[in-house]
Write a protein that binds this ligand. Structure first.
Ligand code: ATR
Length: 278
C-alpha cells in the first residue's frame, strides 16, 4: 500500500515539509508520497473533498488555513480545541480529525536541547508575541507543568486572551514590550514568537536583550533565517541558544506519529537542516 500525505496552504512554494516527511518515510521504510497543495481559499473545500475521495491518509495545514480548516473536520483533538488551530489532519475511515502538533513539538525540542528543564519546572519563562504560535507554546508549557509563564506583546489584549487557556496552575503576568525589556534579568527562558526578524523585517528585533543574564536560554521560533538578529544578539550576550528549525522538526515528528504510530529519529536531520538554512 502506498500512503498519501500532503500539505495545504497558500503560498507554500518554499515549504521544507516535503524534505522532512520524505526523509521520515524513507527512514521508517514506508512507501508514500507527500504532495504540496497550494490552493486559494475558494478551493479549500474542494481540495479537502478530493483528498478524502482519493483515500489520503492525512495532511498538514499551514497559513492561512489553520483556523479555516476547522469547520471542514469531523473531530478535533483536545490540543487543537484548546489552541484553536489545526496543523495536522488524520483521515481514518473517511473521518477527518484535526490536531495541533506545535505545542508538543516545541516542548520536545526545548527539553531535548535543555534536558535539565524536565526536572525543574520552576524556571521563569517569558513569551514574546501573542499569535497562534505563542498560543500553542503557552498551552504546551502550561500542560507540561511550568509554573511561571509571562507574556509580552505589542497588543496586550491578545496576550491576556492567551492566559485564559491555562489548565494547570501557572503564574502569568502580561506586560508591554518596554516593561519586559526592563525586567529581562528575571527570566531563565525567553521565547521569541513574533514575525519580527523574518523577511521583510530581517534587521529588527521585538525587544533588545541587553538586560538578560548570561546562560539564559533564548529561543526564537523563526527558522528562516536560522540566525535572526534576536539570536545573534543573544549569542553575543552569552545566552544559550535554541533554534527555530528544531521546533519545525519535532512538530513534524509528532504529526508523523499521529499518522503512522512511529517516531522517526531527528539527530542527523537536525544537523542537515541547520546546514541547509545557514
Ligand atoms: P503566528 O500565528 O505565526 O504566531 P500571528 O498570529 O500573525 O502569527 O502573530 C504575529 C505576532 O507577531 C503577534 O504577536 C504580533 O503582535 P500583535 O499581536 O501586536 O499584532 C507580532 N508582531 C508582528 N509584527 C510586529 C511588529 N512590527 N512589532 C511587534 N510585534 C509584531
Amino acid at each position: 500500500m502506498e500512503y498519501k500525505l500532503g500539505l495545504l496552504g497558500y503560498p507554500i512554494s518554499h515549504s521544507l515539509s516535503p524534505w522532512i516527511y520524505n526523509q521520515f518515510l524513507k527512514q521508517e521504510k514506508i512507501k508514500g508520497t507527500y504532495t504540496i497543495f497550494e490552493v486559494e481559499e475558494n478551493r479549500l473545500i474542494d481540495q479537502v473533498n478530493k483528498m478524502k475521495e482519493k483515500n489520503f491518509n492525512g495532511f498538514n495545514v499551514t497559513a492561512p488555513y489553520k483556523e479555516k480548516i476547522i469547520p471542514l473536520l469531523d473531530e478535533l483533538d483536545v490540543s487543537a480545541q484548546n489552541i484553536g488551530a489545526v496543523n495536522t489532519v488524520l483521515i481514518k475511515n473517511g473521518q477527518l480529525t484535526g490536531y495541533n502538533t506545535d505545542a508538543v513539538g516545541y516542548l520536545r525540542s526545548l527539553e531535548q536541547y535543555f534536558p535539565h528543564l524536565k526536572q525543574d519546572k520552576q524556571q521563569k519563562i517569558l513569551i514574546i508575541g501573542a499569535g497562534g504560535a505563542a498560543r500553542a507554546i503557552y498551552y504546551g508549557l502550561n500542560r507540561a507543568g511550568y509554573i511561571s509563564i509571562d507574556l509580552t506583546n505589542r497588543t496586550l489584549e491578545k496576550a491576556h486572551a492567551i492566559t485564559k487557556i491555562k489548565s494547570v496552575e501557572t503564574k502569568s503576568s502580561v506586560m508591554s514590550l518596554e516593561v519586559a525589556e526592563k525586567q529581562l534579568k528575571e527570566y531563565d527562558l525567553v521565547i521569541q514568537t513574533t514575525s519580527v526578524g523574518m523577511k521583510p523585517r530581517l534587521n529588527e528585533i521585538p525587544i533588545t536583550l541587553d538586560g538578560i543574564r548570561s546562560r539564559t536560554i533564548v529561543s526564537d521560533i523563526i527558522y528562516q533565517p536560522i540566525w535572526t538578529k534576536f539570536l545573534t544578539e543573544a549569542k553575543a550576550l552569552n545566552a544559550s541558544i535554541h533554534h527555530g528549525h528544531t521546533m519545525l522538526l519535532y512538530q513534524a515528528q509528532y504529526a508523523f506519529e499521529i499518522w503512522f504510530g512511529k517516531k522517526p529519529t531527528l539527530k542527523q536531520m537536525d544537523e542537515q537542516l541547520k546546514r541547509i538554512l545557514e
